[in-house]
Design a protein around this ligand. Structure first.
Ligand code: 4HQ
Length: 242
């Protein structure tokens, strides 16, 4: 998959492109990240990328000409990150990972001239209900979430365990040592009884989802085992309250 990112701050992507899982995915040619400096498409003497808004008030708006020009050099679905967009989630990530090429416009300041959105943007995406200084972090969030779904970027076992893959939150994880300063890991995990471990994990997932994200549980269809474990979990919760 080829991902183009249009930005005024290309250096923000240096670490993102070279480190950890994304760095390895690029090395292994599973993804390509093409950072396009919008400034390269500012043709006036001062290479001005932004200007004051018509109608006054507030900060600066990114000028349309450099964006229109930069977009001529790239392909694929064009995404613009803004709080006005559809809220990003795993479902959107799963759809986008099927694209051969995408382009993300990372706006800065007060955003971009609306004519670019109207003429060129296929999808406006928000990463949540808060306001950031720029679209660079949202672009990284989107690219990160999509990339790890591309075959070979992480092991299948890793993403099959994801929260949201099965519609439930993750169960708690522990690693060695089995005891640290008197803090022990749950006994079942060191028991070697794999059926018991599986059941404990499903139950913990169900408990967390029930307590923290009941909205997810409403959408989830429980199979027979999950139903049984869910009822056991409710019973245990009640007993612990009394
Ligand atoms: N932005 N989800 C870009 C965001 C945002 C969000 C603020 C993006 C300002 C210009 N983007 N501009 N939340 O807060 O995607």
């Amino acid at each position: 998959m080829k991902i183009n990112i249009l930005t005024l701050f290309p250096e923000l992507f240096q670490g993102f492109k070279t480190q950890s899982i994304i760095g390895r995915a690029i090395k292994n040619q599973l993804i390509e990240i093409n950072i396009v400096n919008i400034r390269d498409f500012c043709f006036d003497k001062h290479k001005q990328a932004d200007d004051i808004p018509f109608g006054g008030e507030g900060g600066m708006v990114m000028k349309p000409e450099p964006l229109f020009r930069a977009l001529e050099t790239v392909g694929g679905k064009v995404i613009y990150t803004s709080p006005q967009g559809v809220v990003f989630n795993q479902e959107v990530a799963l759809k986008l990972k099927e694209e051969e090429e995408i382009t993300i416009i990372a706006g800065h300041y007060e955003g971009i001239d609306e004519r670019v959105v109207e003429e060129k943007v296929d999808m406006e995406i928000s990463i949540g209900d808060f306001v950031l200084t720029g679209g660079e972090l949202p672009a990284m969030v989107i690219v990160d979430a999509i990339s790890r779904l591309i075959p070979g970027v992480i092991t299948k076992a890793s993403y099959e365990n994801d929260s949201f893959f099965n519609g439930l939150l993750d169960y708690p994880q522990y690693t060695r040592p089995a005891e640290y300063m008197g803090l022990k890991v749950p006994e079942v995990l060191t028991s070697g009884n794999h059926k018991k471990i599986r059941e404990w994990r499903i139950k913990e997932s169900l408990k967390r989802t029930y307590l923290r994200r009941p909205d997810l549980l409403e959408k989830k269809i429980l199979d027979k085992t999950e139903k049984k474990l869910f009822n056991e979990m409710l019973k245990e919760l009640k007993e612990n309250k009394n």
